[in-house]
Ligand binder design. Structure first.
Ligand code: PMP
Length: 367
């Protein structure tokens, strides 16, 4: 059996030890004679799995007691709709910082459902190569909340600070963040946020699960008419089991949290590893004559490293030879082309070293 180095942007690599543990527990979970996939979500065994997952996530992120942790479905995309439905009940407008394709989709969905939105700042002017500074983020007087994308997975553009969400009159509004491709990459001050959401399939676990972290006071700001399953209050009161949850994804997410806590040693340790991996790859790109990354230094994503080759005719051979060398999924997103190496938590440092060696060798031969 060979496990190749997987740089996929999502669904992404999972820690090998997590998969091994899942394999060992697959047919007979803890002597119960059935797999987690086959048990009722209301069973004692699954409720214990669910509660442990939440407890471990709370521990890892030091989530304050006045926040609910919810496990839901529909991908991060469903939250593009659920967030405005949950937060615009008392009126006001959704405000956004636009830094790339995912932010743009969130804006489009809110506009589609609620009409007017306000774009408080955008990096479109610089081709999404640098995120707006705090002073450039100007909320509307009627802002109900400010939404931003911490890490733009396609562009490889990451915020290097947590924005403040204040209306021009100085009053603050909830900060909402799409952390699909950055949650758990390192420690986070959750208390700065009103709502955090993340599709699981990057740093959390398999696809089909969304993690939501919602401040208590935001459970009661919802519009009167919305699908029951969108509602943060309903999800919270139903312990994220309003309907049948994505039980196996939830279980595996719990195994990933356990791995982060006990094998990696927590999010500060993970943070240091992620910083090292990204520094190694950006260093190799910057030091080469063939590869280039367009993002301003302070906003380079640690999770998603896009790069282009000086001669795009080499893209095909690069990808083909990389795959033959066991380096998978390096093709950039179809909307932007080029290459992208995603370096999520489960991508080991050895994978990054193998990629760097391959890139250097390719440049020597073909560059
Ligand atoms: N936001 C970000 C930052 C993403 O990277 C993605 C998926 N790549 C999404 C939203 C959409 O997630 P999903 O496919 O789970 O709806």
């Amino acid at each position: 059996m060979t496990r190749h180095h997987n740089f996929c942007a999502g669904p992404a690599a999972l820690p090998t030890v997590v998969l091994e543990r899942a394999r060992d527990e697959l047919l007979d979970y803890h002597g119960l004679g059935l797999s987690v996939m086959e048990m009722s979500h209301r069973s004692e065994a699954f409720v214990a799995i669910a509660e442990q997952a939440e407890a471990d996530l709370r521990d890892l992120l030091e989530i304050p007691d006045n926040y609910r942790v919810l496990f839901t479905q529909g991908g991060a995309t469903l939250q593009f709709a659920a967030v405005p439905y949950n937060l615009l009940g008392a009126g006001g407008r959704a405000n956004f910082v636009h830094t790339g394709i995912w932010g743009k989709k969130a804006i489009a969905e809110a506009r589609h459902l609620f009409g007017d939105v306000h774009v408080a700042a955008s990096s479109e002017g610089n081709g999404h190569s640098a995120v707006p500074r705090q002073d450039d983020i100007v909320l509307s007087e009627d802002a109900a909340y400010l939404h931003y994308t911490a890490n733009e997975t396609i562009g490889g553009l990451e915020f290097d600070y947590i924005p403040e969400a204040r209306r021009p009159d100085g009053t603050s509004v909830p900060l909402v963040c799409d952390m699909s491709s950055s949650l758990l990459a390192g420690p986070l001050d959750v208390s700065k946020f009103g709502v955090i959401y993340a599709g699981a399939q990057k740093n959390i676990g398999p696809a089909g699960l969304v993690v939501l972290i919602v401040r208590d006071d935001l459970l009661d700001q919802a519009c009167d008419h919305m699908p029951t399953l969108f509602g943060y209050r309903a999800l919270s009161e139903g312990a994220s089991m309003v309907n049948t949850p994505a039980t196996y994804s939830w279980y595996l997410a719990g195994r990933v949290f356990d791995w982060l806590k006990h094998d990696v040693g927590g999010l500060s340790a993970m943070d240091a590893i992620n910083t090292r991996k990204a520094a190694r790859l950006y260093g190799a790109i910057d030091g080469s004559g063939l590869y280039a990354n367009p993002i301003t230094l302070r906003n380079r994503s640690r999770m998603n490293v896009p790069f282009v080759l000086a001669d795009p005719r080499l893209d095909g051979p690069f990808l083909k030879e990389a795959e033959a060398a066991g380096l998978l999924n390096l093709k950039g997103h179809r909307s932007v082309g080029g290459m992208r190496a995603s370096l999520y938590n489960a991508v080991p440092e050895a994978a990054v070293e193998a990629l760097i060696d391959f890139m250097a060798d390719f440049e020597k031969r073909r560059g």
